[in-house]
Structure formats: structure tokens, C-alpha cells
Write a protein that binds this ligand. Structure first.
Ligand code: SF4
Length: 491
């Protein structure tokens, strides 16, 4: 049997053809030297790789090398590898002699099935909703015969409630993994590399919060389904300052490390619904995230041309300021932005709405270059990979693809953040004020963004109403001058 080369995001048992297949893992230092990652992301990836090597024991060759190429020079014999998850890694393995590249694993829908589905749609848009329904049917998930369970495909309307009027959601805290001697060794190595000046990190070190082994990942999954999934749906899009985790699953990191298979994950959620333990809106909302959105993003990454990552439809050329790039939350007065940067610094993770409506929204309003924003999201988030962040940031968050993924820019003012979070009450700014000392930088930034991009957005019917609102602003000149002056300063 050939040796299976496993990348650091291919760590589950489904990346081997047999339980006793020889495996190769290469830990490349150059990956960390080239880019400044969040400390906890570097820790998680190295911890997961070393844990997998320890589980496999003598079956696994673990090579520590400067680069993958240097690591491969230390290995004999034919290798096979499952389709890597980035363009760069795919091109690299495809150009190697003696390495067989196998189809991708770890996603519910195969690349071939997606291509066939996209081909059938001809010139029509590849909408998430259509892809998701097809995936539900294909994999028979939450289906009652030919009909969707609960009588509807989509419970989004039930899942957009603002936060409750209390400090936390009131669900149990997630189950946390315990660190072991492998984590000690990783921490020691990262400290040493940083002290040598070899690599540099962003964000706080801290106890490892995310699953690094399959056993831990299954524990997180069981705990989530039993204690948190019932409350997941309703407040899925809400934010509470004192409750970073709310009812979110924290499964994106172990899923993207390849420790869990998406169909086993949604199978557990469906079973809880069938057992009467979880309402359909929660089960459906979660299934949509895993075999809908996650797979959809994966497929768009491969389906779009390679030039997609460089799209910049809004001509945004600003540089990411240092305070943002380095998560300097103490220099930010805006309560929502400061708290989000704080949580990201502490954990390497915040949930999808602070990502989209606080961080991404602010970057788009300020006109920061989408390639820089994409790179930053990739480096800062424990679950961030190239395939995740290119579509999510270029398409969804920054509207840099001009509408391939999203039908309108996800720009929002302070009113949205005020409705969906509890930040504004304790903020020195006022979400209703657009000009003056108390002007909310998100509210003012929203109008300045629309003004700057008016001509580019004019043909978009979904943005026609806000553009008419812009025409009615009596203080637009003062607002634009104020926001030009604010620029990329910490708000
Ligand atoms: Fe954020 Fe504006 Fe609300 Fe302050 S007032 S928390 S800056 S949205």
C-alpha cells in the first residue's frame, strides 16, 4: 500500500484508505515564517498534526523541515495525497513526480457533482439556496420523502432574532479540551521560535479552546447537540458582549482540520431533531451552515477562475491599519469594534456576524484592499484557510467580486449593530448620530461608503432604496468631510 501524505487539514480517519495505511505528515516551518498568524491558530494546527502523528504511532512518518519540498526529500517510495485545499498546494502536489493526487475528501458534495449541478444551471446564478436544497435531497438530510422536514426548506426568518435582554444567552458553556504534554511541547516550540526572531505571531496565547483530535471533536459535537443546538437557531445572528460563544458549535475548526466528516456532523443534528430534542429551525439552520454554506464556499473556490482572489470591483486600495492588523483593541473607542478585536485576540475566533457585520463591514466601509483583508482573515481565525476566506471575504464580505456571491454589499450602519447586539448602550458613540463628536463610525461610514460607490452600485435594485436615502441627507458634505478626516484612524 502506498504512503498517504496528509496535509495539516486532512487529519481524520477518512483521509486514509485503511486503518493501517502508512502515513506521512510534514511540518513546514516556512509556513509560519512567511506570514504572521494568530498565535492560537499556529498552536491548534501544530497540536492537531502532532496529536495525529502520536495516534498513528509507527505507522506515521513525521518530518520537521523548512519547506514541504525539503521534507519530501527525506522520504522514499510512492505517495498519494487527497486533493489539497488551496490552489498553491494543489499546484505544488500536481507538479511532483511519484505523487498520486486523489479526489477531495471532507466535503459533502464532490467537485464532480457540483460541476454537474453548475453545468445544468447554464447561465443562471449559482445561488446558495438552490445548491443547499439539492444537497439536502442528494444526501437525504432533513427530508421526509421528497419534502423538507418541517414543511419548509428555510427557517432563516425564525433565526434572525435580536439578542435577549440579558448578558448571556443562558446556555451551558461549551465543553473545553484539556491541554496535554503535546500542547506543552507546541507552546515551548512556538515560544522558542518567536524568541529566536524566526517567526512572529499576533493575538494572545491562551488555553487551547478548539478540538485538536477526533476524540475531542466528537466530544464537542456531542456536547453541542445535547446542550446548545436547541438554542442555536433563534439567536444565530445575535451578538452579546459577555457571551462570545452563545449557542455556536465551535465545530468549524475541527471540521476544517478534517477531524470530522460533514455528513456525520449533520447526521447527529438530524437525529436530535427526529428524537424531539431540537426544534426544526435550529437543526435546519445548523445543517444549512455545514452542508450548505461550507460546501458552497468550497466549491466556489474551485469553480471560480484563479483571478477571483484579486477581484476588486469597488476599487478599494486602502491599507489595513496597524491597530486593526494587530488586534489592538485598546486603541479603539467604538465598543463593537473594540470588543470584537478583543475577543479575536483572546480566542482566534468570533462568530459569523461579528466577522461579517463588524470586522468585514468596517473594512469595506473604509475601502481597504480586499486581498489584504482576505489575508488577514485567513491568518487571524483558527478555522481560516485559503478556500474558506477567498470566497467569504472577496465575495461575501467585501463585495469585491461585483455580485457573484452576494446580491448586494453587506454594508450596515450602527442601527443594524444596535438591533443585533448589546454594544451600543455602553459606547461613547451614538448609532443614530452621523455627524459630530458622537457620530457612530459605522453609521457615518455606511453613508460615506454609499456616497463613494454610488456610481458602481447604481444599477443594483437591492441598493436603490439606500441610494435614495443618501440623496435626502442634508448633512452629506459634512459627513463625507468628517469620514475623510477619520480615514483609517482607530475610531
Ligand atoms: Fe458600534 Fe456605533 Fe454602536 Fe458604538 S454606537 S457600538 S460604534 S455601532
Amino acid at each position: 500500500m502506498d504512503t498517504r501524505w496528509l496535509f495539516g487539514d486532512q487529519l481524520g480517519r477518512h483521509f486514509l484508505d485503511a486503518a493501517d495505511q502508512p502515513a506521512l505528515l510534514i511540518e513546514s516551518r516556512a509556513v509560519f515564517r512567511r506570514r504572521r498568524f494568530h498565535r492560537q491558530k499556529a498552536h491548534l494546527v501544530l497540536s492537531a498534526m502532532r496529536h495525529r502523528a502520536a495516534e498513528l504511532g509507527e505507522q506515521c512518518t513525521y518530518v520537521r523541515a523548512d519547506t514541504y519540498r525539503a521534507g519530501l526529500e527525506q522520504v522514499d517510495g510512492p505517495l498519494s495525497v487527497c486533493h489539497p485545499t488551496s490552489h498553491a498546494a494543489f499546484d505544488f502536489v500536481s507538479g511532483l513526480d511519484g505523487v498520486e493526487v486523489l479526489p477531495a475528501r471532507g466535503y459533502a458534495t464532490s467537485l464532480e457533482d457540483f460541476a454537474a449541478w453548475a453545468g445544468d444551471r447554464g447561465d443562471k446564478r449559482l445561488l446558495l439556496e438552490n445548491f443547499y436544497r439539492e444537497a439536502r435531497r442528494r444526501h437525504d438530510v432533513l427530508m421526509d420523502g421528497a419534502e423538507p422536514a418541517g414543511g419548509r426548506w428555510n427557517f432563516d426568518a425564525d433565526n434572525r432574532e435580536p439578542p435577549p435582554k440579558q448578558a448571556t444567552l443562558g446556555v451551558d458553556e461549551p465543553w473545553w479540551p484539556s491541554e496535554d504534554e503535546i500542547d506543552d511541547e507546541v507552546r515551548h516550540d512556538l515560544d522558542r521560535w518567536a524568541a529566536d526572531g524566526d517567526v512572529a505571531f499576533v493575538g494572545e496565547d491562551g488555553p487551547r479552546r478548539f478540538a485538536a483530535t477526533r476524540t475531542e471533536a466528537l466530544h464537542v459535537l456531542r456536547d453541542f447537540v445535547a446542550h446548545r443546538l436547541p438554542e442555536f437557531g433563534r439567536h444565530e445572528d445575535a451578538i452579546l458582549d459577555a457571551d462570545s460563544w452563545m449557542a455556536h458549535s465551535l465545530l468549524s475548526a475541527p471540521l476544517n482540520l478534517g477531524l470530522l466528516d460533514p455528513l456525520e456532523v449533520v447526521g447527529r443534528a438530524e437525529q436530535a431533531y427526529r428524537d424531539g430534542d431540537v426544534p426544526i429551525a435550529s437543526a435546519e439552520g445548523f445543517v444549512r451552515q455545514v452542508i450548505g454554506w461550507r460546501d458552497y464556499v468550497w466549491h466556489l473556490y474551485w469553480q471560480q477562475p484563479r483571478s477571483y482572489r484579486h477581484r476588486n470591483a469597488l476599487d478599494a486600495t486602502g491599507r489595513l491599519p496597524k491597530w486593526f492588523a494587530e488586534l489592538d483593541h485598546g486603541s479603539v473607542d467604538a465598543a463593537c469594534l473594540s470588543a470584537t478585536l478583543r475577543d479575536l485576540s483572546r480566542h482566534g475566533w468570533v462568530h459569523h456576524i461579528p466577522r461579517l457585520m463588524v470586522l468585514g463591514n468596517y473594512a469595506m466601509q473604509r475601502g481597504w484592499r480586499p486581498t489584504q483583508v482576505t489575508d488577514w482573515f485567513h491568518r487571524m481565525f483558527v478555522d481560516g484557510y485559503d478556500w474558506v476566506m477567498v470566497p467569504n471575504v472577496v465575495g461575501m464580505s467585501q463585495y469585491a467580486d461585483g455580485g457573484v456571491m452576494a446580491t448586494k454589499p453587506y454594508a450596515g450602519g450602527g442601527a443594524y449593530i444596535d438591533r443585533m447586539s448589546d454594544y451600543c448602550g455602553g459606547c461613547r458613540y451614538d448609532p443614530k448620530v452621523r455627524v459630530g463628536d458622537d457620530a457612530c463610525p459605522f453609521t457615518a461610514g455606511y453613508w460615506a461608503f454609499l456616497h463613494r460607490n454610488r456610481e458602481r452600485l447604481e444599477g443594483n435594485q437591492r441598493i436603490a432604496q439606500p441610494l435614495r436615502g443618501l440623496d435626502r441627507l442634508k448633512d452629506l458634505d459634512a459627513l463625507v468631510e468628517q469620514e475623510d478626516e477619520r480615514g483609517s484612524r482607530a475610531p
